[in-house]
Design a protein around this ligand. Structure first.
Ligand code: NDP
Ligand code: OXD
Length: 314
């Protein structure tokens, strides 16, 4: 019985070593060492090539190496087996670190003080809003949105969150559905996107949405922070909104095309922070353990956890 690890562009060694130690009864193969396709029961995947998983006739389950499954679901030949995604406290904590960091960088005007330091300028003549003066709205109130929301609320930010279905949470104003989106945007100074990329959310962060954000908040204009997926955002609209004042700044971890092309204007825009899609990496120590535990539970006849709803796309 074997397990196929497929993650093009990743360093496979730490993963293969961990899976070999955690699942000694399984042969661990990669696309390069795959010979007996009928022996593969499980695929552990990040952006597998189209059609690869359909070549495995006895596949029982697919384990996404990430929390997002849009790349796996985009394979039109995907076999009809359950897909489990990653829900992992280490990944969640990393994402909240990134979201909190960027909310604080915009709140505390990091770009301005970097520029002043470069120019040896001592200028403390500014309005310093407190976290309590700056309203954060989070698009997506799932595993990642919930954790980030509670950590931002603990810092004093008034936090709201928006999801597809109704939710409640202590100290968070919860909104859902189209009417809920309007209401949340109307009270948002920093918009944080932690949505999955699906048919319903593609291109969601666009000029029409930015126009609904208030411009009179304490930061001098709305801030966009996106760590969901690049396909959620229309980059031409972000750049135009930054130029028109519909947005004051942006922090982007994900892009329409990755790696972000060298010619993208986002790289050099003074109001944009770019990070290379690593807001929350899947660390082999915790993620391999979580996937191995799922495989062991499946083999004991227990149901898989965190199974993706293919109809919804997340
Ligand atoms: P979850 O599935 O736990 O949460 C998704 C949230 O989005 C849910 O609250 C869901 O609503 C909401 N949602 C989905 N579609 C819609 C819609 N059409 N309208 C309104 N709300 C919607 O996902 P996670 O929190 O675990 O992860 C979110 C995304 O973060 C991933 O899909 C991935 O793309 C991205 N990610 C990025 C990383 C990075 O390093 N940049 C790392 C990890 C993840 P409901 O609760 O009602 O279902
Ligand atoms: C993920 C990611 O989905 O890293 O986990 O983007």
């Amino acid at each position: 019985m074997s397990l196929l690890f497929v993650a093009p562009g990743w360093d496979e060694r730490p993963w293969l070593n961990r899976f070999a130690a955690l699942l000694p009864g399984h042969a661990i193969v990669t696309p390069a060492t795959l010979v007996d396709r009928a022996a593969v029961r499980y695929a552990i995947a990040w952006r597998p090539r189209r059609g690869l998983l359909a070549e495995l006739p006895r596949l029982e389950a697919i384990f996404s190496l990430g929390a997002g499954v849009d790349a796996i679901l985009s394979d039109p030949d995907l076999p009809d087996v359950p897909i489990a995604r990653i829900v992992d406290p280490d990944l969640t904590a990393r994402m909240s670190e990134w979201v909190v960091l960027h909310c604080l960088m915009h709140l505390r005007q990091t770009r301005r003080y970097e520029r002043q330091q470069r120019e040896s300028v001592w200028d403390d003549d500014d309005d310093q809003p407190a976290a309590r003066d700056v309203r954060v709205g989070i698009l997506g109130f799932g595993e990642l949105g919930r954790d980030a929301a509670s950590k931002l609320a603990a810092l004093g930010f008034p936090v709201a969150a928006w999801s597809a279905s109704p939710k409640t949470a202590p100290a968070i104003a919860c909104f859902d559905g189209p009417a809920g989106l309007e209401a949340m945007l109307a009270r948002t100074d920093i918009l944080v996107c932690l949505l999955p990329l699906t048919a319903a959310t593609r291109g969601f962060l666009n000029a029409r949405l930015f126009a609904r954000l208030p411009r009179d908040g304490r930061l001098g204009g709305p801030i966009l922070i996106n760590a969901g997926r690049g396909g959620l955002q229309v980059e031409a609209d972000i750049l135009a909104a930054l130029d028109s004042g519909a947005l004051k700044g942006a922090s982007l971890d994900v892009f329409e095309t990755e790696p972000l092309p060298r010619e993208s204007k986002l790289w050099s825009h003074p109001a944009v922070f770019v990070s290379p899609h690593n807001a929350a990496i899947s660390h082999p120590d915790s993620v391999a353990r979580a996937i191995a535990a799922q495989i062991q539970a499946h083999e004991r006849g227990e149901p898989l956890r965190h199974v993706v709803d293919r109809g919804r796309g997340y």
